[in-house]
Design a protein around this ligand. Structure first.
Ligand code: NDP
Length: 508
């Protein structure tokens, strides 16, 4: 029987054992360091004290940037439907159960920041499949603020802290958003009810990017992933979230841990939207623009299976902090798409894990695949797995070392590049693509009156932190919302003018 990845790495519990150093020597005392005479100095060869202090100094790894604050749990994904007509991925064949890990997070806040700040939530999944690890590094929103990875560092800088004051600053957030109008749909979503989920259990998850499914005959479809919560969607109002942020910064982490501990296992049903490849060019929205959804009226949800989280981590640092997710980890039957944010993330995610955890981060038990690893990667910090000494460390070799086998390799997704010139440019708009079109649909056709009122109040509350002297910025903010809906713009303006004005400026 395969050991669940959640159980790898744990030392045996030894009740009443004696304390040792990290190298296994019994230590003479847990509380007293050695000293010379009753008042003398401490000898440097008290290696137990030195190790204790030195290891303590190294307990942290760099926190994620972004998505620093989060937590997660292990579980299982079961494919309950036959979708073999669209993908040959082993984990998505009917009846297959795959052990998995989920990590939920906020985006901009630091490691100790409150769970209930308004922010998108990360929804990162790792499936330990027989064919290698498959990671889906999604969010609780089906869209994003930008659609080109070139803008990602700038976007995150605008959400973090000012260089001089070290404070977060709503003026710079709105400066970036209004100068990046492709953000309109995501900001509408963020300021709406779903911008602060009641708990991680009460939110949906989305792959967000467009991916490719490839079936056994090599036929391709474009797909979007939707994890629909079985706990029901629920949210916190701004006032509830503000109160909780002061009372319990770990509100969402605690909720997930305690639910699972109490046997109340949260679950999500995975559905996909499926677009035949030859429909992409003619679709009213560019299907590879991460700021847009595909209408579910055009591409209805098709159920795949259910993910259930049923095991808490046994060690937060080892199993959650060191968990490394990357959209680079795909498996047979799933491929990439021309979504420029996705292609940027395929580079950036493994890169930050190499920096944050180390070159051999995939050897850490929580990240190690179930399937055999036969790469020629060599050495680096913290290497603790190694090839058999009889195996060559280079290729080609005459020693029978691993050799790529095209028949076993898989298709990572191919598409029509529409030309071969290298150029820079935005995602090409389709017939109905404007930056605000789907924000307008969300506002006018999806939200009810009460949700619209809360949206306007949330936006006004956020904008009113801007100092009234920033007139040019405030005008841009109103124009941004007028493009979504004139009535929304007026409600926001009235709300800002009625509420206490803040002092956030672009300079401080
Ligand atoms: P549909 O009427 O078929 O779907 C509406 C979608 O909106 C549902 O997924 C619904 O989720 C979701 N929704 C409901 N309330 C909110 C809210 N307060 N904040 C965010 N989403 C909410 O319409 P379309 O598929 O044609 O999409 C219309 C608009 O809905 C889009 O422009 C987009 O803004 C939004 N949307 C679209 C999604 C998609 O993938 N097509 C996904 C989510 C939102 P639920 O069923 O859980 O209530």
């Amino acid at each position: 029987m395969t050991i669940h990845p959640a159980d790898r790495g744990v030392r045996d519990f030894q009740p009443n054992s004696h304390t040792t150093t990290d190298s296994g020597q019994p230590v003479p005392h847990d509380e007293f360091s050695a000293q010379v005479g009753p008042q003398g100095p401490q000898p440097i060869h008290d290696f137990h004290l030195i190790e204790k202090l030195a290891h303590f100094n190294r307990e942290n790894v760099p926190e994620r940037l972004p998505h620093a604050k989060g937590s997660g749990a292990f579980g299982e994904f079961e494919t309950t439907e036959d979708i073999s007509d669209i993908t040959c991925a082993g984990l998505f064949q009917k009846g297959v159960k795959t052990p998995m890990l989920a990590r939920f997070s906020t985006v901009a806040g630091e490691k100790g920041s409150p769970d209930t700040w308004r922010d998108p939530r990360g929804f990162a999944l790792k499936f330990y499949t027989e064919e290698g690890n498959y990671d889906m590094v999604g969010n609780n929103t089906p869209i994003f603020f930008i659609r080109d990875a070139m803008k990602f560092p700038d976007f995150i800088h605008s959400q973090r802290r000012k260089n001089a004051s070290g404070l977060r600053n709503h003026a710079m957030q709105w400066d970036f958003w209004t100068l990046s109008p492709e953000s309109t749909h995501q900001v509408t979503w963020l300021m709406g009810d779903r911008g602060i989920p009641k708990t991680w259990r009460h939110m949906d998850g989305f792959g967000s990017h467009t991916y490719q499914f490839i079936n056994a005959a090599g036929v391709r479809h474009w797909v979007k992933f939707h994890f629909k919560t079985n706990q029901g969607i629920d949210f916190l109002t701004q006032a509830e979230a503000d109160k909780l942020a002061g009372e319990n910064a770990d509100y969402h982490r605690q909720d997930l841990f305690e639910s699972i501990k109490n046997g109340d296992f949260p679950s999500w049903d995975l559905h996909v939207q499926v677009m035949p490849v030859d429909e992409a060019d003619g679709y009213k929205y560019n299907p590879f623009d991460l700021t847009k959804t595909w209408s579910q009226k055009d591409y209805p949800l098709r159920k795949v299976g259910t993910m259930t989280l049923n095991r808490n981590p046994q060690n937060h640092h080892a199993q959650i902090e060191q968990a490394a997710f990357a959209p680079t980890n795909i498996v047979k039957g799933i491929g990439f798409s021309p979504d420029k944010m996705l292609l940027g993330r395929v580079f950036a995610y493994p890169d930050i894990q190499r920096y944050r955890i180390g070159a051999n981060y995939q050897q850490v038990p929580v990240n190690r695949p179930l399937s055999p690893v036969n790469s020629y990667s060599k050495e680096g910090a913290m290497q603790y797995e190694y090839p058999h000494p009889a195996q060559a460390e280079y290729h080609p070799n005459s020693l029978g070392g691993p050799t790529a086998d095209a028949s076993k390799a898989f298709d990572i997704g191919a598409w029509d590049t529409k030309g071969s010139d290298i150029h820079r440019g935005d995602v090409s708009p389709h017939a109905e693509d404007t930056d605000s079109v789907q924000a307008s649909i969300l506002y006018r056709e999806v939200l009810d009156d009460a949700a619209r009122e809360r949206l306007a109040a949330n936006i006004a509350g956020h904008v009113s932190a801007i100092d009234p002297s920033e007139t040019e910025l405030l005008d841009r903010v109103y124009a941004y919302w007028a493009a979504v809906d004139q009535g929304l713009c007026e409600a926001v303006k009235a709300g800002v003018e009625a509420s206490p004005r803040g002092n956030h400026t672009l300079q401080e």
